[in-house]
Write a protein that binds this ligand. Structure first.
Ligand code: SAM
Length: 198
């Protein structure tokens, strides 16, 4: 059943952003980069004034991350994470030189500690556990422009992260910190949630 709705009503993340991001040369922060597939799309579609990419590229030993993209169950994943990081630096070499892309190899918590920039779009796709997403939203609200957009991936999706994204959005909605402007449902199929500060 889910597959049928997906086939009929699937929307892609870039189209969704395009619908709401009305700035010509946006300043964009992406949290959680992995191999940079989405970062490459953000660059080619929105030609941002600057794109900030944040990911620690660490393979974590803790059991809870066993089924995540950054678990370390076979003890070889750190090498793979290092390669993802180096490949990304290579891919964006020219843009980094032109100061159009900044790559920060650190957690989002550490990034926000020293950040002084304000963003038009913040895409949250880092550690998916509730406490981490809750903090990412909390920090994003401090550094998003008044009419800027915060978008979260894997909303309304129960994986190893135990629906942490949905729970964090619910938390901030209840606290009246955010308003939801668009969220996944079976007729609007994308597993994204777009929020703005109240
Ligand atoms: C689902 S992947 C990101 C995928 C990417 N946004 C895309 O769409 O292609 C999640 C990433 O979050 C990173 N990550 C894990 N903990 C993090 C943290 N505390 N802060 C920032 N990124 C984190 C992982 O290393 C991993 O690369």
């Amino acid at each position: 059943m889910k597959k049928i709705f997906k086939k009929l009503f699937a929307k892609n993340r870039i189209d969704l952003i395009q619908q709401y991001l009305k700035v010509n040369d946006p300043s964009i922060l992406e949290i959680g980069i992995h191999r940079g597939d989405f970062s490459k799309q953000l660059i080619s579609k929105f030609n941002p004034k600057k794109l900030y990419l944040v990911d620690p590229w660490i393979a974590y030993d803790d059991f809870i991350y066993k089924n995540s993209w950054y678990g370390n169950s076979d003890k070889s994943n750190q090498k793979i994470q290092d390669k993802y990081y180096l490949d990304l630096l290579k891919y964006f070499e020219k843009k980094i030189y032109e100061k159009r892309v900044e790559v920060h190899r650190k957690t989002s918590d550490d990034f926000f500690l020293t950040n002084k920039n304000i963003f038009d779009l913040i895409y949250i796709d880092g550690n998916h556990l509730f406490e981490f997403v809750k903090r990412d939203i909390f920090n994003a609200l401090k550094f998003i422009k008044e009419d800027g957009i915060i978008m979260l991936d894997d909303y309304a999706l129960k994986g190893w992260w135990n629906d942490g994204i949905t729970k964090a959005v619910n938390f901030h909605t209840k606290e009246k910190n955010i308003k939801i402007i668009k969220k996944h449902n079976i007729f609007d199929y994308h597993h994204q949630c777009l929020i703005q500060k109240i």
